[in-house]
Design a protein around this ligand. Structure first.
Ligand code: GLN
Length: 200
């Protein structure tokens, strides 16, 4: 059975675990380096990227997460998790993991539009647009040459990308009942491949 972990330091990890358990996968909360053992993939949830990165430092998770990626395991960051996974997040005053070649801007929609929901077509996800929930969301401002854009807002801003078996989404699929993106990620995790950029 496929085993997927959810980084459970802060944020909405419980919703991801619930959604994964509704699929045919074993889902595990990850708090310590040893929790990564035997996993095929890891989701980094939404929450507060500053807090998540601080706690990851405190729990000794940073190098184990990079090694996990370097072993070819799949990664998916949603919202704060996408910020933490990014190569660069200039307005985060903490180091990011640098495991997906994107630059993100935090809280990109400002105070006026704190949160919103839209129906978003996503490349590779069949069956119509995805109901996407954005909460104090980032946008992806730049992508590296190996990154594929999966979704853009109508104004062109990038909100979902894939690089190999790594995903970043600015929104929160775990807050809906639509399991398509979780199933897409599980399929990526099932064909893990060694990565050239694990120790970025
Ligand atoms: N605004 C948060 C941050 O910058 C992310 C919000 C979220 O994950 N819903 O970390």
């Amino acid at each position: 059975m496929t085993r997927i972990g959810v980084l459970a330091l802060q944020g909405d990890f419980a919703e991801h675990l619930t959604m994964l358990r509704s699929l045919d996968v074993e889902a595990r909360a990850v708090r310590l380096p040893r929790d990564l053992e035997d996993l095929d993939g890891l989701i980094l949830p939404g929450g507060e990227s500053t807090t998540i990165s601080r706690l990851a430092d405190a729990y000794g998770l940073v190098e184990p997460l990079r090694a996990f990626a370097g072993a070819g395991k799949a990664l998916w960051g949603t919202c704060a998790g996408a910020i933490y996974l990014a190569r660069s997040a200039p307005d985060l005053d903490r180091p990011t993991l640098g495991l997906i070649d994107i630059e993100v801007r935090r809280n990109a929609f400002g105070r006026q539009i704190d949160s919103f929901e839209i129906d978003l077509p996503i490349a590779g996800i069949e069956g119509g647009p995805f109901h996407a929930v954005f909460i104090r969301a980032p946008v992806i401002e730049a992508t590296g040459p190996d990154v594929t854009v999966l979704a853009r807002l109508e104004d062109g801003r990038i909100v979902a990308v894939q690089e190999g078996n790594r995903l970043a989404t600015a929104f929160h699929p775990e807050l809906t009942t639509d399991t398509r993106l979780h199933r897409y990620f599980v399929a990526l995790a099932e064909r893990a491949v060694p990565s050239k950029r694990g120790m970025a």
